[in-house]
Design a binder for this molecule. Structure first.
Ligand SMILES: Nc1ncnc2c1ncn2[C@@H]1O[C@H](COP(=O)(O)OP(=O)(O)OP(=O)(O)O)[C@@H](O)[C@H]1O
Ligand SMILES: [Mg+2]
Length: 136
């Protein structure tokens, strides 16, 4: 009857259905961890934006959600792909830079929402973005 312990969850991202699923799973995990609806929704938006980027700019990848429910409570998000890499990370982090006539706000907005946000990207090899948001 009690709440199930939360487990890390890895989701392949290959299409828009996967994006929607990752968004919903993020909302669910964040809510279970104790985030209120406004923060849980923001976390879900971040997951959705990173997943959407994977579908737009790469041949596919994965999103991993890692719950932290010990002394420190919060959620870690890892977005991984083996795509072309992000060419100008500094510009992307400033916001407003897009190669797809988007708003160029997905990554810069995500960084603002999360407490930790780190991009590792290698031209021709892929991108890993690690982010975390903690419950205070
Ligand atoms: N996983 C990725 N692999 C390669 N390039 C990427 C990846 N994610 C983002 N980019 C590059 O970084 C740019 C900025 O991404 P960002 O998500 O901030 O904005 P956007 O996708 O262009 O527009 P939107 O505001 O709709 O998200 C993209 O236009 C793309 O060139
Ligand atoms: Mg985007």
């Amino acid at each position: 009857m009690g709440a199930q312990p939360l487990e890390p969850m890895r989701m392949p991202i290959n299409n828009l259905i996967n994006v929607v699923t990752s968004r919903r799973q993020a909302l669910e995990m964040a809510t279970k961890l104790g985030f209120g609806l406004p923060d849980a929704t923001k976390i879900a938006v971040v997951v959705s934006e990173l997943a959407r980027n994977i579908t737009l700019y790469t041949q596919g990848g994965a999103i991993t959600l890692i719950p932290h429910n010990g002394q420190r409570k919060g959620i870690k998000v890892i977005a991984q792909d083996k795509g072309p890499g992000i060419e100008d990370v500094e510009r992307v982090l400033q916001g407003g830079y897009t190669t797809s006539r988007g708003l160029g706000m997905g990554i810069s907005g995500s960084k603002k929402i999360m407490d930790e946000f780190e991009i590792q990207t290698v031209a021709g090899a892929g991108t890993t973005i690690k982010a975390a948001k903690w419950l205070d």
